[in-house]
Design a protein around this ligand. Structure first.
Ligand code: NI
Length: 193
């Protein structure tokens, strides 16, 4: 396995539409996924999309760890580390939630982004099996964030209020001003992906 270089905001690879993978079980896809997992874990992220490592392919990895849920939470709030090939999603409800996001391609920055809070997503596992899962809250957020990367969209491009964009170090001060707009639990949702 190899640690990969992570593209940072401003590099054109992050603005391109990634290509559909013809064969999810191809050996080069498996190798890419192994390297992406190593790279994401090394960077302490919770999600990574192939364009972030200069591979314009529709491949994402993500996790929504159970330890993030302080009050238990629904089963659909959580996901183990998952690799998905050619992922897609659709909202189950129109409800949007504002939550803090980071991105390994935008180090040191956090912003509040509106996302669907309840989605269904589909894709292929590296063994070729097709999966469909429901996702809520942070699990839904990280999947939407990673799929956005496959379409050349970075989280600041989704923001409707750029006053909610902050350096991580300033966020504590910032939260005092933003608390009227951001939900209290969104404070936890600032892990980079
Ligand atoms: Ni990201």
């Amino acid at each position: 396995m190899t640690l990969l270089k992570i593209a940072r905001m401003g590099h054109p690879v992050l603005l391109q539409t990634a290509e559909v993978i013809a064969d999810p079980t191809a050996r080069n896809v498996g190798r890419l996924l192994e390297d992406m997992v190593e790279t994401m874990e090394d960077a302490a992220g919770v999600g990574l999309a192939a364009p972030q490592v200069y591979e314009g392919k529709r491949v994402i990895i993500f996790k929504s760890p159970r330890e993030r849920g302080e009050d238990g939470g629904a089963e659909s709030d959580f996901s183990p580390l998952t690799a998905l090939i050619n992922p897609e999603f659709e909202p189950v409800q129109d409800e949007l939630a504002l939550g803090w996001e980071g991105c390994l391609s935008i180090p040191g920055i956090t912003g509040a982004v509106l996302r669907y809070s309840h989605i269904v997503y589909r894709g292929y596992l590296p063994n070729g099996e097709e999966v469909e899962r429901e996702a809520t809250n942070f699990h839904a957020r990280v999947v939407q964030h990673e799929i956005d990367h496959l379409d050349g969209v970075l989280f600041p491009m989704r923001m409707t209020d750029l006053s909610l964009l902050s350096f991580n170090e300033e966020l504590k001060v910032f939260m005092e001003h933003a608390s009227a707009q951001a939900t209290a639990d969104a404070n936890e949702e600032n892990l980079p992906s």
